[in-house]
Design a protein around this ligand. Structure first.
Ligand code: NAD
Ligand code: ZN
Length: 361
């Protein structure tokens, strides 16, 4: 199968996202073709590199990779410092290209390290989780967490190339893989209902991670993210549709200290809440709620929402940094692949939707 190539326009310059089973083997050629070299430094995680490092050996032409601790709790400024240390030690200069190999944590962290080293050197993303392939590797948002909040420290720094190879997803724990699928459902709801059809029809093959079922799903998702961020890199309007399911999702994550849910799982609940709210308002067709509910049910049980009150969740929503000047911009679905932004959603409507997904009053 030929790899899919998608172009992304960014203020700092256009870049390509290349998707296909086996594209990592072609990484040296792709880097060459994109003029990214010859000085390259691979930064990956202590967990991911032992699993997939051998496929990259040819790409890291200069020296051995820099390996950092992996996991959300290491997505902090101290780990960025370690990447900087390695770059200084390697005498990286403005021509050096950093290749980030890992999930969203590694991508965000290494992207930020590249954004800040010498006021910005080029970064290539090789995402290794489904979430990173369909979402975080594209769009140029980089950053780390602060003690007092997620992703509070960051910068826009568009990559120079993104290479997404579904083969690396084979080693992903099932729960991580499923977490990425909720974001795929999101793209189906907000933009391309063929994704919902694909999930419904080919779920067994997708769950078995058959490359011929996964690659087109990743490609379609990337195409949507690429189109949205190309049109609105800095999230002034259109990019907001990517937040479908995220108002409630983020609140559930925050209300449980980011420990109970994988991000995608919280988005699973968040989408159901958003659909319920839309149905109650009369803007969302009930059939869409049923369809998404059915797919989510088939993906398997989500962690329970037990113990989270609507009050706690709504309080967390008020602290969300996506609340613009005190106004909540709530993305609702108006049909398969269509959305609208509601700016007059009341606490009562949100409370009802939260109760609908099982939160206690
Ligand atoms: N920049 C953006 O636009 C954007 C968008 C969405 C999310 N994010 C960020 O992404 C992060 C979440 O990313 P994630 O879901 O990829 O989580 P993650 O990076 O923590 O990866 C999940 C787990 O999978 C492991 N892993 C990664 N690749 C693997 C592989 N191929 N095989 C086996 N194990 C593997 C990791 O070591 C980790 O334990 C969050 O910090 C979030 O803020 C950023
Ligand atoms: Zn998300």
């Amino acid at each position: 199968m030929e790899p899919t190539r998608i172009g992304v326009t960014a203020a700092a310059g256009a870049y390509s996202v290349i998707i296909g089973a086996g594209v990592i083997d072609a990484l040296p050629t792709e880097l060459e073709a994109a003029g990214l070299g010859p000085r390259r430094i691979v930064v990956s995680s202590k967990r991911v590199w032992p699993l997939h490092g051998k496929r990259f050996r040819r790409a890291g032409t200069e020296r051995s990779p820099v390996l950092v601790d992996d996991g959300e709790r290491y997505k902090i400024i101290g780990t960025v410092g370690k990447v900087h240390d390695a770059l200084v030690k390697a005498k990286a200069d403005r021509s050096t290209v950093v290749i980030a190999v890992g999930g969203g944590v590694i991508g965000d962290l290494v992207g930020f390290a590249a954004a800040t080293y010498l006021r910005g050197i080029r970064v290539v993303h090789v995402p290794t989780t489904l979430l990173a392939q369909v979402d975080s590797a594209i769009g140029g948002k980089t950053g780390v967490n602060h003690r007092l909040g997620k992703n509070l420290i960051g910068a826009f720094h568009a990559p120079s190339l993104v290479v997404a190879d579904p083969i690396v997803l084979d080693t992903l724990p099932p729960r991580e893989y499923r977490a990425g699928l909720y974001e795929v459902i999101k793209y189906g709801v907000i933009s391309d209902p063929s994704l919902l059809d694909h999930l419904r029809t080919n779920l067994a093959a997708i769950l078995a991670r058959a490359a011929d079922a996964v690659a087109p799903m990743v490609a379609t998702s990337c195409r949507i993210k690429a189109a949205v961020v190309s049109a609105d890199e800095r999230e002034s309007g259109l990019r907001r549709i990517l937040n479908f399911g995220h108002t409630v999702g983020h609140a559930l994550e925050a209300a449980t200290g980011y420990r109970r849910f994988r991000h995608g799982e919280a988005i699973g609940y968040g989408m159901l809440a958003a659909l319920r709210l839309g149905v109650a308002r009369g803007v969302t067709p009930p059939a869409l709620l049923d369809e998404v509910q059915a797919i989510i049910t088939r993906l398997g049980a989500l962690p329970p929402v037990s113990g989270i009150s609507t009050k706690t969740a709504i309080a967390a929503m008020g602290r969300d940094k996506k609340v613009v000047a005190g106004t909540l911009h709530f993305v609702a679905a108006t049909g398969r692949g269509r959305t609208t932004t509601l700016t007059d959603v009341t606490a009562a409507e949100i409370r009802a939707a939260l109760k609908g997904i099982g939160l206690k009053a």
